[in-house]
Design a protein around this ligand. Structure first.
Ligand code: NA7
Length: 487
């Protein structure tokens, strides 16, 4: 049997989430129309395709969660719900004619850099091989659901759901439902499940800091204003500036951190209506900002309802009928929900092989590392979107995606101009950047507790330690001739 010849493209984009779509639109703007977007899901949307649990919404204001090149005048609420964001993305894809570039329901099996030709060979699960000059990996840091490592998880006889793989055919009405996890996802899910379940038990390992969500519905006047040229930019700039000033609260021991802590404590007291026993159980003991802060006006309050129970004893195992605790007691359950987050460490699960046969995943065994979160030494013409250390706890992830797009485009244009086949960041440049990064993270608030920001060995692989403008500036100032090698 003849193996079909690889299909050639200028750019292969892996992942049709926010950053994949943004990259596609940026390529079009730059006049580069020969690209293919591959995603294993049946629909585009990434995070917003995956997270369909009741109550799912974004935790930054929607005007800041839309691309600067594609403002959306139609947001219904300041903190948009998941279906609204998905509709925004679908609208963008259709306006930009992306359907013909999209290959959905298709997984990538492996990606190998062919040094002789200076091109990426990307094998799809259909055995088809894509031969691309540039490889954009936009799989997102929060895309691989993480099930809790608890003995007996598989033995549970009833429906068992992960929040990021929601099954809306499971009926919660009148049933005994257990939720493991108390992060941002659980905070959105718990108030919704409390409306349906006969009994809802929330298993908390670590409490989270909760701040009020200054949400509101956008009315006709807002939408009218959003159509006024320039108004979107003003609102976006306002939220970007507000988020950066909020970031001051993450400086250990600062007055701003004290104010943020006081705001959270006051919010908790009001939400719990003076229930001191509950307050003590829900009160975090680590500094605010260490984990991603929860923004909610109904999560804490949910625990004051008679059918909702907070369980803080450690889980020892899961049985066919429920959850067993350290004191030997058991919570009988009909449905088990795991809002246990994502495997950030293995978020790039496709084996990626670079120069000299180096495997990215092997290189990242002690924690992911890249130069400015987007390019990795030994992996030429590979651009990571939202790669290591480009997350923040204070602002929209889109403010990191946009400079990354500009950087990738600049690199592509430079290669065209130079007539080179590839560019690769120098290993010493990448190492020096990461030494600086880890040094800045030492003693920071993000090193003072366990969170998805940190790998199993404690290394912080997710957080950008500075303010957003610094990231934008540094990426814009990359000196390719000095910091990269060319082939
Ligand atoms: P997170 O923030 O990683 O939260 C996961 C939660 O699950 C957290 O409360 C964990 O407790 C808990 N967890 C994980 N494993 C276990 C086990 N084995 N036993 C008990 N509890 C466990 O994920 P989310 O989905 O809520 O949010 C992810 C991001 O999405 C969020 O930050 C926003 O940026 C959007 P722990 O705190 O580790 O003790």
């Amino acid at each position: 049997m003849n193996t079909p010849a690889p299909t050639r493209h200028d750019v292969l984009i892996l992942g049709a989430g926010m950053s994949g779509l943004a990259m596609a639109m940026a390529l079009q703007r730059a006049g580069r129309h020969d690209f293919l977007i591959v995603d294993k899901s049946a629909g585009l949307g990434g995070t917003w395709w995956d997270n369909r649990y009741p109550g799912a919404c974004v935790d930054v204001p929607a005007p800041l969660y839309s691309f600067s090149c594609a403002p959306h005048p139609g947001w219904q609420r300041r903190f948009a719900a998941a279906p609204e964001i998905l509709a925004y993305m679908q609208g963008l894809a259709s306006r930009h004619g992306l359907a013909r570039h999209l290959r959905l329901g298709t997984a990538v099996r492996a990606a190998n850099f062919d040094e002789n030709r200076g091109r990426w060979l990307i094998t799809l699960d259909s055995d088809e091989v894509i031969d691309a000059r540039f490889f954009v990996c936009s799989t997102g840091p929060l895309s691989v659901p993480r099930w809790p490592a608890i003995e007996g998880l598989d033995s549970f006889a009833g429906p068992r759901l992960h929040s990021a793989r929601w099954d809306n055919t499971v009926d919660m009405a009148g049933r005994r439902v257990g939720v493991i996890g108390t992060g941002s996802t659980a905070s959105q899910l718990v108030p919704e499940l409390a409306k349906q379940a006969a009994r809802l038990t929330v298993f908390q390992r670590t409490p989270n800091w909760v701040l009020p969500r200054f949400d509101r519905a956008y009315g006709a006047l807002d939408r009218l204003l959003f159509h006024v040229p320039g108004w979107n930019r003003v609102v976006r700039a306002f939220w970007a500036a507000t988020s950066e000033s909020f970031r001051r609260g993450f400086e250990p021991g600062s007055q701003a951190q004290g104010r943020l802590t006081a705001l959270a404590r006051g919010h908790m007291r009001r939400q719990l209506r003076g229930d001191e026993a509950l307050r003590q159980q829900l009160q975090p003991t680590y500094p605010i900002g260490c984990k991603r802060i929860v923004f909610s006006n109904d999560y804490l309050r949910a625990f004051t309802q008679p059918q909702v129970q907070l369980e803080t004893k450690a889980i020892t195992r899961i049985t066919a009928t429920g959850v067993q605790l350290a004191d030997g007691s058991e919570h009988p359950l009909d449905v088990l929900v795991c809002a246990t987050g994502f495997d950030v460490q293995h978020s790039v699960s496709v084996p990626i092989t670079g120069r000299g046969g180096a495997l990215l995943q092997a290189q990242w065994a002690d924690g992911a590392m890249a130069h400015l979160g987007t390019t990795v030494a030994g992996f030429p013409n590979l651009f990571l979107m939202l790669g290591p250390n480009t997350a923040t706890g204070h602002t929209s992830t889109l403010l990191f995606i946009e400079p990354q797009l500009r950087f990738a485009l600049r690199a592509m244009q430079l290669l065209d101009k130079r007539g080179s086949r590839w560019l690769d960041v120098r290993a010493d440049t990448m190492q020096a950047f990461n030494d600086e990064l880890q040094q800045r993270l030492q003693g920071s608030v993000w090193m003072q507790c366990r969170s998805w920001y940190r790998a199993d060995n404690g290394r912080n692989v997710a957080i950008w330690p500075g303010y957003t403008p610094e990231y934008r500036r540094r990426l814009a100032q990359v000196d390719f001739e000095r910091e990269f090698v060319f082939g």
